[in-house]
Design a protein around this ligand. Sequence first.
Ligand SMILES: Cc1cc2nc3c(=O)[nH]c(=O)nc-3n(C[C@H](O)[C@H](O)[C@H](O)COP(=O)(O)OP(=O)(O)OC[C@H]3O[C@@H](n4cnc5c(N)ncnc54)[C@H](O)[C@@H]3O)c2cc1C
Length: 381
Amino acid sequence: MSGGLSREQNGFRERVRSFVEREVHDARVAEMDRLDEFPHDIMLKMAQHGLTAVNVPIQYGGEGGGDLEVMILCEELSRQCPALSWTLGNVILYGNNIIGVNGSEVQRERFLPPLAKGELYFSFGLTEPNAGSDAANIDTHAERDGNGPWMVSGGKTFITGGTVANYVVTFARTASSRYKGITAFLVDTQDKGFSYSKIAKLGFRGSDTATLFYDQVPVPEDMILGGPEGLNQGWGQMVRLLNGERLSLAACSLGIAQSAFDAALNHVRQLPPPTIAGSRQRVEHRLAEMAAQLEAARALAYRTAWMHTNKMECVRETSMSKFFCTETAKQIAAEAMTIMGPDGCDMALAAQRRLRDVLILSIGGGTSQIQKNIVAKTLGL
Ligand SMILES: Cc1cc2nc3c(=O)[nH]c(=O)nc-3n(C[C@H](O)[C@H](O)[C@H](O)COP(=O)(O)OP(=O)(O)OC[C@H]3O[C@@H](n4cnc5c(N)ncnc54)[C@H](O)[C@@H]3O)c2cc1C
């Protein structure tokens, strides 16, 4: 073991890092940010490199990794291009993870092999205009006439990958109970009655975000997540995914913070030596603090992932990791911009993009305020 990771996991980090160096060039990252278009070309390369298969069990054609490998992947991609960790999330989080954890055996056999090859995209459709932090407040509903298909009606908003997904895991109300009346449906986006509209946003551009509309979309019973037994089980299924998603977002923050720190350090190293001894001390101290903050955040997140992998209770630590890593990364990205002076706000350079990206991380997957509410609750408050 090294730094809490196994030799194989450190080898995997090297593999992802060399993929990024080879295939994800600065100019392509800037173009993705400018055009805000889903990067099908890089997704294809990631699939060819086996990155879409990382967390699919071996028997379904995958590499058999888990949350730690997903975190490594998100952290390394985010050092160069955070949006790629979200576009890949449309396979590894919302496909592999959701189907692997909650799917029926039939659904695992049907979806995991093509997901592992990067041939399908999935989205996670929970948030609605009146149900974000209060997710159980959803209005989207599904009704059934006799033995016919379930008919889904309503709308979702801010759904990652909503314009490219083949399937949207759509949470809909199927009974009146607040938590035990929610069902997750695997909605085929080619079906009649489904449509979307793209949302332009500040950061993570290239990972598309959409508002989804459901007008009596028919969904057969066997496309309930988990099969027919999944009826009214959607809330519990969603809760089982939360730790993994929050840790992967913490890892994205670490990647952004690391690259912001590296850029600021590089900038200061290239400055001419100070003419008055000690005059650069404030900047040096700030870089020392940033290095320490980053190490502390990384240690918390990876220790929590280790707890999660070893099936230890870690709801508190996961929420701590999510808000601590994202808030720390925000501070580091902003400070790096300041240290870099005009280079920090030059639209031709990456520093300003890192700040735009990192601001969004404290919203998706549950805001920093909601994570603090959870931690406070575990403290008995
Ligand atoms: C880029 C992006 C991608 C996203 N992708 C997806 C996706 O793929 N799938 C999906 O389902 N959702 C997705 N979301 C939605 C995201 O999960 C929600 O935006 C988030 O949970 C916050 O919900 P909200 O937008 O309704 O904000 P609100 O709940 O309206 O919150 C507004 C503000 O009030 C604060 N607040 C709300 N309630 C409390 C409280 N009880 N205590 C303290 N403060 C509170 C919040 O912290 C926030 O600062 C995405 C969002 C973004 C920005």
